[in-house]
Write a new protein. Structure first.
Length: 122
RNA sequence: CGGGCCGGCUGGACGAUCGCUGUCCGCAUCAGCGGAGAGAGGAAAGUCCGGGCUCCACAGGACGCGGUGAUGGGUAAUACCCACCGUCCGAGUUUUCUUUCGCUGCCUGACCAGUGAAAGAAGACGAAGGAUAGGGAUAGUGCAACAGAAAGAAUACCGCCGAUGGCCCGGCGGAAGCCGGGAUCAGGCAAGGGUGAAAAGGUGCGAGUCUUCGCAGCAGAGCGGGCGGAGACUUUUAGUAAGAGCGCACCAGCAGCCUGGCGACAGGCUGGCUCGGCAAACCCCACCGGGAGCAAGACCAAAUAAGAGGGCAGGACUGGUCCGGUCCGCUACGACCCUCGGGUAGGUCGCUGGAGCCGCCGGGCAACCGGCGGCCUAGAGAAAUGAUCGUCGCCGCGCCCCGCGCGGCACAGAACCCGGCUUACAGGCUGGCCCGUGGA
RNA sequence: UACCCGGUGGUGUAACGGUAGCACAAGGGACUUUGGCUCCCUUAGUCCUGGUUCGAAUCCAGGCCGGGUAG
């Protein structure tokens, strides 16, 4: 039951962390989201959100953030660990929570495989 | 009951489960765990004003900059609020004029008199209410396209006149001159036409009645009406060549006095004869105005530190001094400073108890103020306040009603805090004012 | 968070407060065997709402949108 919790240290908070994830330059996307990822050397996932002003007003942007966080919180047991993720919504239209819960683990598995291939090659 | 116009309040409710951020209590060395209770708004928005709070500064002057602008009050303060004044608008009411139509008057009548209706124009008054950046236009400078003669103390375009002085023509006369005509020169006038948003404030009157005669008009005579003459009457009835800007009255404006009001101002009386608009054009007057902003500011921790070039006791550099990237003057520091290069950008406080909210009483027309009692009501920081399900509520659509099914539930998210303004907003509740009509 | 600019046809730009012009583009026509060039004509605009003024793209206020600056 405690696996659905989402504590503060699991937030991606520092500008240096964000920069590290962006400079790893590994991302996947579908019609709702872009997902950047990077290994973090920790036994858990960390999540960062970036919502542009183009997505709408403050209410709309808060809604997008909360939907993404809720999807992450509820689908985390299905995902691999040890990664830092950054989620960027692509459209101002609101997706449903069920769609996000289906899409998010798929995208994270995709980007994790990408990183593993990268690591085994080097 | 119908119509019109102003506000005020509210802005989904309940339950279950999974989560997030503070507070308090308990456990725990720490990490953390458990329980209780709290957790977006009327606009949190735009950042348009005003303050609190924090740091810096507090010797000025010249020249400049920004803001405000009826009056009285409220407030910490305002460009805000309340009350009041002026101006404009406002359903409508009323007066005058014009046009059209109808009826009556004499045999008939586009034109006369009386009367009625409709439309239009102008003026005055004007409910509730609305707008108002509302000091100054004889301190100065400036603007007004096109049209029009003329756009500010102007002018004579189309026009009008023939009194006055010439000129020309004709007649009479011996002559002086006289009489008649012309609109030719000088001159006089500004009514009517026409322009414009605006033409030197606006409107009206400057005679009426009766008797009688003539003329035109009509197919014809008469009546009514038109033009001209004579006489009489009425309390008065102008002037000229033509006329008015002349005279008179009323209204508006101006000045003075009186009354009322704290005041803006209003009312009355008298005088005089009028020199418009724009200052959200420059400007003038009066008043006001330290700067920067919680990324303010304070503390702790961490990191870099003999890399290069340049300036400087002839006082550099930096800072201060008014609101000021200017100038002058004054002043502090008294040996370091500037550029390139390099390094940090983590934590704690500020951070929510305040011009606070609610109730009662009192003062005030009101905004608001005072007293008493009660309450604690977000505090994040790559940034919490969420998600799912169920029941109900509201709205729309579909089916024959009950009911069922489907879809939707406004505008919008705290970032130091308040007071205002402005803007956005589905629906719901509610108060007041005025006009008209009907009943008791 | 604080502050500063700007908005004119589809595009780029002019316009002392007095009729909104110009160029390119689009459409039509003429010339040409056809196309191009050239010429002529047409369509289309002051971001929105109020106010000042006789009159507003211009002046003023509020809103909307788009840029930019500082840390």
């Amino acid at each position: 039951m405690s696996s659905f919790r989402f504590r503060k240290h699991e937030h991606l908070r520092r500008a240096a962390d964000f920069r590290r994830v962006y400079e790893r330059r590994r991302s996947v996307s579908d019609r709702w989201l872009i997902v950047y990822a990077c290994e973090n050397g920790l036994p858990y996932l960390r999540l960062g959100l970036s919502v542009s002003r183009k997505m709408g007003g403050a209410v709309q942007r808060n809604r997008l953030r909360r939907l993404c966080r809720e999807a992450f919180r509820l689908t985390r047991p299905e995902m691999p660990t040890g990664l830092d993720l950054i989620l960027i919504p692509r459209q101002p239209e609101l997706p449903s929570l069920a769609e996000l819960k289906q899409a998010l683990p798929r995208l994270v598995h995709q980007v994790a495989r990408k990183l593993e291939r990268e690591a085994s090659k080097s």
